[in-house]
Ligand binder design. Structure first.
Ligand code: FPP
Length: 247
């Protein structure tokens, strides 16, 4: 798409109605690579470049929370070579981009059980969270070893623990309270969920949080997800009539 066309799209965005929280299932890296006779890891590498681009665009649009599905609890079933490749990409990008992310006042947060990650990526992720913990422009919330069902169980266990300790009573449990016991405790629910690559499913992503989220699907693969697609998703979102169960 030409620069003018991209700008034309951008100008259609209503800056008074920007989704506060955007969640993205970054899918299609493997098929993108296969189409080009490249190894799957090349798709992930290109996908990671889009992560950096989209973070930049989201920041400029004043999006406050961006949640990205990077590695699911089920992704451990992939060949070890692919898992190692993904972890290497993660480490490489944290090392090379953390300073810039920090300068941009972006806070890196993780949802998922990172204790199960190999030592180096785990250490780099912890370093990134610690360094950026006081940043306030945007929260970049990355799903790593993340599963929506897993998260619900994690929340239940946390709540049971607080009941046992006498901190809360069973009768205190509400949907709002439960939200404080899961990974996204300091984040509002996503307003918009984007899934490229043509699959029309949630793949265990943010199951509790997306009760009233607007969905946007597209056939293009994540490594092709340039800023114009982000603009298209937001423009479509702004046409939706959100009723949250009301009329
Ligand atoms: C889905 O594509 C994508 C992933 C499982 C990984 C997403 C990761 C990145 C964008 C790179 C950054 C990596 C980390 C860990 C931060 P797929 O492989 O399922 O594609 P396919 O459905 O076409 O095979």
């Amino acid at each position: 798409m030409s620069k003018d066309k991209v700008l034309e799209l951008r100008n259609k965005i209503d800056f008074h109605n920007i989704p506060n929280h955007v969640a993205i299932i970054m899918d299609g890296n493997g098929r993108w690579a296969k189409k080009r006779f490249l190894p799957r890891t090349a798709g992930h590498q290109e996908g990671m470049k889009r992560v950096m681009d989209i973070v930049e665009v989201a920041k400029k649009l004043n999006i406050k929370y961006l949640s990205l599905y990077a590695f699911s609890t089920e992704n451990w079933k992939r060949p070890q070579e692919e898992i190692d490749g993904l972890m290497k990409i993660l480490v490489y990008y944290i090392r090379s981009e953390l300073e810039k992310i920090h300068e941009n006042n972006i806070r890196i947060q993780v949802m998922g059980d990172i204790t199960k990650l190999p030592k180096t990526p785990k250490g780099e992720v912890e370093k990134a969270m610690e360094k950026t913990k006081n940043n306030s422009k945007m929260i970049l919330n990355i799903g790593l070893n993340y599963g929506g069902r897993d998260e619900i169980i994690y929340g239940i266990k946390n709540i049971l623990e607080d009941i046992k300790m006498g901190k809360i009573d069973e009768d205190d449990i509400t949907t709002e309270l439960f939200s404080k016991y899961i990974y996204t405790q300091n984040l509002p629910d996503p307003d918009l969920l984007i899934r490229p690559s043509g699959e029309l499913r949630l793949s265990n992503f943010m199951l509790y949080q997306i009760a009233y989220t607007e969905f946007w699907f597209s056939d293009i693969y994540w490594p092709d997800f340039k800023e114009e697609y982000f603009y298209k998703a937001i423009i479509d979102y702004q046409k939706r009539n959100r009723r949250f169960g009301g009329i």
